[in-house]
Design a protein. Structure first.
Length: 731
């Protein structure tokens, strides 16, 4: 190793690389000069002196630690870090350090077969001149997953799994006796029994479950869930525990509760919903005020802390809504029957009872365990129709005109629903006046046939009926959070899981300001919270209905932080609430169940719960929310590609919905499906991606592609397996 081919001596650069390699591959060893010279075959005096000089410099750079006058080791303090490995299909893997520092590039050859999400130890590589900072994985501390989802290929002598996730470097080899009857093209879940090491380069696995044939709807939906390690079956023992629950409401239980069975009460939900976890009641009181009850299913009455059902609910932390199915947090008997606030059935609730004046000011309120009997189950569309039949124009924020003797309100319970709508509109107006951010994002929905095949794609927008429910839920969540969080000076608030939302990222706000200025808009990026929000809302209103609306909303959303759960309250920026929690959906969210239990204990005079324990619960729920959102997104992506499968070659009007260094994302105007035009398909030019200004520019012809621009596309490829839709620019 001392001499190069052709008799050339090693230079400083080569010696430096040899030393770096030696120390990085032996991070725990101390090497004496003698051992180093021997290992690297440095057999001449000048080479030995050069190596000593280089090590001196490496110690000066903090890459090495000097152990004695003639020995060194890798500097573990600054060179070795723990964190999370992120694998990319493009090979641009990265390491996210625990201290929240900037991600560091990890080349494939230095990744030690780490998988996405694995907890790893890395060693930073000595910085090469004009090169980015790089790290090398030296230990896999903990694997993120030991189960992998993919498609089976069964050959004569062996079988292997082609992973669904295209970030895998290798296929997984499966011994034939471990196939569980799987055949070629079956979707399967495989457990890794042996990871690659110094001796074996392959991953060896054994089949845990066969999900069905690739392309079958059930198999594909289960594969998405399994890929995120989410449950696609309900455990037998949990369902059995649910069967044993006594659903009878005893006279003693009713006597302990406030009775709302005689008050007009209704539920308003999506037309295909089965789990109704909130109901509204309304009546006029003798004092002239309106009593509005926000009644929430009393799930914690049936699900006891620490029980089998509770443990399963905690692990899931949320219900998951895929395009064609719901994966419930609770067993079906509880979520769709016992707890669900079905019409004409007596149900136990935990309720926030408000007394409001005509301006929707809260004059009094209290929290109570109640019993209700819903008079009617409405779908949003029915309530919307009733409101519009009585003169409500959707989106104006105006209530129905007053009824007269000559023109009374039309429809069953019209007076009650119209009053609820009018009060909700007052609440909404006050909320925006106080600085709530206006983001009415549309969601892509599909109509599907009995085989799960999408037959229509459309955007679902939130109308007055949805907003009616939303405002009362926000009011209830905010009120119960304030009741615990807001305490007298010098007092300490009791523990409660809050729903928190941090202020926008200042740098991203600045990007937004620069971006919108191109379209002639202004937005404030500094000043008080209220001033920034006001300016954001004005921007959203001004951009409404323009062709750049979507682009501006996208960039504004990117500046926003993610909401999460925590016992450390910092308020909710988006809603402009100082205190906010989740209380209104315990059938489908675990944090709401925690809040119900704590509120009940505190009502009974209990001491504050353990903060650290509940913070751990909050982190778990936030993580699970994120994972289930990713699965939901994947199911939408899959259905989108499936919907476009028979439309290859068709051309459509679209607009640019996203830009990256490798391609342009475009969304079809007619059906809102999104695909990508790879940069290589953009014609004979070299393109630069200007991330700050959301634009791609050709070097030679200066052709510009800007976020929000209208373009005409042709559907080129639809790969359901990879959930990828490829477009080309139409001539």
């Amino acid at each position: 190793m001392g001499k190069k081919k052709g008799g050339k001596r090693l230079g400083k650069k080569q010696v430096s690389e040899l030393l770096q390699d030696l120390f990085q591959h032996n991070p725990n060893e101390t090497f004496s000069f003698k051992q180093i010279f021997k290992a690297l075959k440095l057999d001449t005096h000048p080479l030995k002196m050069l190596a000593i000089d280089v090590m001196e410099e490496m110690a000066w750079d903090d890459f090495l630690s000097k152990v004695s006058d003639n020995s060194y080791r890798l500097n573990m303090k600054t060179q070795i870090q723990e964190g999370v490995f992120r694998r990319k299909a493009s090979g641009r893997n990265s390491f996210l350090p625990d201290d929240g520092g900037t991600p560091v590039f990890v080349a494939e050859r230095n990744s030690m077969s780490a998988m996405d999400g694995d907890r790893v130890k890395v060693s930073y590589m000595a910085r090469r001149d004009k090169h980015i900072k790089e790290a090398m994985v030296i230990e896999i501390v903990r694997r993120a997953h030991d189960q992998i989802v993919g498609k089976l290929r069964v050959e004569k002598d062996f079988a292997f799994l082609i992973p669904q996730d295209n970030t895998f470097v290798h296929d997984i080899i499966i011994p034939k006796r471990k196939l569980k009857g799987g055949k070629t093209d079956d979707k399967a879940v495989v457990k890794v029994v042996q990871w690659p090491d110094a001796e074996h380069k392959n991953i060896i696995g054994s089949v845990v479950d066969i999900l069905g044939k690739t392309g079958e709807n059930n198999a594909e939906m289960h594969a998405i869930l399994a890929q995120y390690n989410l449950p696609y079956k309900y455990p037998k023992n949990v369902e059995e525990a649910a069967e044993k629950i006594n659903a009878t409401i005893t006279p003693q239980e009713i006597a302990r509760r406030e009775d709302f069975r005689e008050v007009f009460t209704c539920t308003i939900d999506p037309k295909d919903a089965k789990d109704f976890d909130d109901a509204l009641s309304i009546r006029k009181l003798e004092n002239g005020l309106w009593e509005v009850g926000v009644h929430i299913a009393d799930v914690s009455h049936y699900v006891k802390e620490g029980s089998t059902i509770d443990k399963e609910a905690y692990n899931r932390a949320t219900s998951i809504y895929l395009v064609d199915r719901t994966i419930p947090m609770l067993p079906e008997r509880l979520c769709n029957y016992i707890c669900s606030l079905r019409p004409d059935e007596e149900k136990l609730c935990y309720s926030v009872i408000f007394q409001l004046d005509d301006e929707a000011n809260v004059k009094k309120w209290h929290l109570a365990h109640t019993v209700i009997k819903s008079d009617r189950r409405y779908a949003y569309e029915e309530v919307q129709q009733l409101l519009e039949d009585n003169g409500v124009k959707d989106g104006t924020g105006e209530p129905a005109p007053p009824a007269t003797k000559k023109n009374p309100y039309k429809g069953e319970y019209a007076n009650e629903l119209i009053k609820l709508d009018a009060l909700a509109k007052k609440l909404r107006a006050a909320r925006f006046k106080n600085g709530s951010v206006k983001f009415d994002r549309e969601e892509l929905h599909f109509d599907i046939d009995e085989k799960g095949k999408p037959i229509k794609a459309y955007f679902k927008t939130s109308k007055d009926a949805n907003k009616l429910i939303e405002e009362f839920m926000l009011l209830a969540n905010k009120t119960v959070a304030e009741s615990i969080g807001r305490v007298k000076k010098g007092q300490k608030a009791k523990t409660l899981p809050y729903r928190i939302h941090d202020q926008p990222d200042p740098q991203k706000l600045e990007n937004l300001r620069q971006f919108v200025s191109k379209f002639g808009y202004k937005v404030k990026t500094s000043g008080t919270k209220g001033a920034i929000t006001k300016s954001l809302n004005a921007l959203m209103s001004d951009a409404e209905g323009t062709r750049e609306q979507n682009a501006i909303e996208t960039v504004a959303l990117r500046a926003m932080m993610k909401a999460k759960y925590s016992v450390h309250n910092i308020g909710h920026y988006g809603l402009a609430f100082d205190y906010y929690t989740h209380f209104t959906s315990p059938i489908r969210r675990y944090p709401d169940m925690m809040v119900h239990r704590l509120l009940t204990k505190y009502q009974d005079g209990a001491r504050s719960a353990n903060k650290d324990k509940y913070e751990e619960f909050c982190e778990h729920c936030s993580d699970m929310e994120q994972v289930s959102q990713n699965a939901e997104r994947d199911s939408i992506k899959y259905k989108m590609v499936e919907f476009m499968e028979d439309k290859i070659g068709n051309t459509y009007d679209a607009h640019i919905s996203g830009l990256t260094s490798y391609g342009i994302y475009a969304q079809i105007d007619e059906n809102h499906c999104e695909g990508m035009i790879p940069i290589r398909d953009l014609g004979n030019d070299y393109y630069d991606f200007d991330e700050k200004n959301f634009v791609i520019v050709g070097r030679r012809h200066h052709t510009k592609y800007q976020l929000g621009d209208p373009i005409r596309i042709q559907v080129a490829r639809a790969n359901t397996e990879r959930k990828q839709l490829d477009f080309t620019l139409a001539e």
